[in-house]
Design a protein around this ligand. Structure first.
Ligand code: COI
Length: 363
């Protein structure tokens, strides 16, 4: 049972019907926002309270709010999908709610009970229902729950006031080029997270630390950056916001094991299950970059892809590094990669049965 009811405080729409239709025709990723946002506040004295759905708009924050100085912030990413009968669903939201709790523990933030997390998604999507793209598209409404230290205090300790919001943004493909094979730059300079650090938490700081690597990737004509482990710089961690997979000629699906420095992706977990279902041998292991590059050369690894809620499943066509470049397969989109992508999105859009019970109806 949810203790917070996320009452809607206004029904006035911010964006008119014609403008919303124009946005939904080509939403891109992360460029447009809906009419409402959900909010709750936690205080050390009273715990969680004040669940509401209010008009989307700027936040009022003290310049001394702790998050602006020490980065005590976490977030999540999910999507709402329209099915052919008009209903609206989301994918494995309990997994995101539980991960938000794990991230909160690591960042010394309060844990939002999972029923309250689900209630916030339901309330926001109910209010913003016209923003969920039509079932005929491969588009969705991206949901971004986040939580941050809002106490006006400059001492270094866990904040006594924390604000939780959910905002929503209509989303097409994450990459501007669409679902096309990515060029991935392997950085030998930067790491995303170190042992004992926050790598497994979904906190803003991990993404901030990836940005210089992303710039380096762009300077080298690549779409994404791949981070290696911070200690030895030899094994694959993840991209700037996506987990990584490889598929071998003999039908194995390989992905880096969860070492504490990479994100426990919900899409990653689901792909492991879908791959097992289709008879692939699945292995979560240490993936040594030099060995992967060798196996790309010998043809032993035939496909690689990136995955995440925003990116779904995106083929990798090429790796680049200071020492050279390596083509993945024929540099195109691998057959198994596309089959996994199709199966995952078919489940999400209700086009095939949800045999694992992953979907939750929101509206
Ligand atoms: C997501 O996939 O939902 C994320 O939060 C990652 C970010 C790169 C958009």
């Amino acid at each position: 049972m949810s203790a917070l009811d996320f009452t809607q405080t206004s029904t006035a729409r911010r964006v008119g019907d014609a403008e919303r239709a124009r946005i939904l025709a080509a939403p891109g990723f992360g460029q447009h926002y809906t009419d409402f946002m959900a909010h709750a506040r936690w205080t050390v004295e009273s715990g969680w309270g004040g669940g509401e759905v209010l008009p989307f708009g700027p936040l009022q924050l003290s310049p001394a709010a702790a998050v602006l100085h020490y980065g005590q912030e976490i977030f999540e990413g999910l999507k709402a999908f329209r099915h052919a009968d008009g209903s609206v669903w989301t994918f494995r939201p309990e997994a995101n709610g539980e991960r938000l709790q794990r991230s909160a523990r690591r960042l010394a933030l309060p844990e939002l009970p999972v029923p309250d997390f689900l209630a916030s998604l339901r309330a926001l999507v109910a209010a913003d229902e016209p923003w969920v793209p039509e079932a005929t598209s491969e588009e969705s409404l991206y949901l971004r729950p986040f939580m941050f230290a809002s106490e006006e205090f400059l001492g270094v300790r866990a904040s006594h006031t924390v604000d939780y919001y959910v905002i929503a943004s209509p989303a097409g493909p994450y990459f501007p080029r669409g679902v096309q094979p990515l060029v991935v730059w392997i950085t030998d300079e930067y790491a995303r997270a170190g042992a004992g650090g926050t790598g497994a938490a979904k906190c803003g700081g991990n993404y901030a630390s990836s940005l210089l690597g992303k710039n380096e990737a762009a300077e080298n004509g690549a779409d994404e950056v791949l981070f290696l482990d911070s200690e030895t710089h030899t094994s694959i961690d993840e991209l700037s916001g996506m987990n990584v997979f490889a598929i071998t000629r003999d039908g194995r699906l390989l992905t880096p094991a969860l070492t504490g420095s990479i994100l426990e992706g919900v899409t990653r977990l689901s792909i492991l299950q879908l791959a097992r279902d289709r008879g692939l041998e699945v292995s979560e292991q240490r993936l040594v970059m030099s060995e992967v590059l060798e196996q790309l050369g010998s043809g032993e690894i035939t496909e690689m892809f990136a995955c995440g809620t925003a990116a779904v499943i995106n083929p990798i066509g090429e790796f680049r590094a200071r020492g050279g470049s390596w083509t993945v397969g024929d540099a195109g989109s691998g057959e198994t990669t596309l089959a996994l992508r199709k199966e995952l999105t078919d489940i999400q859009y209700g086009r095939i049965p949800d045999r694992h019970g992953w979907m939750t109806r929101l509206v």
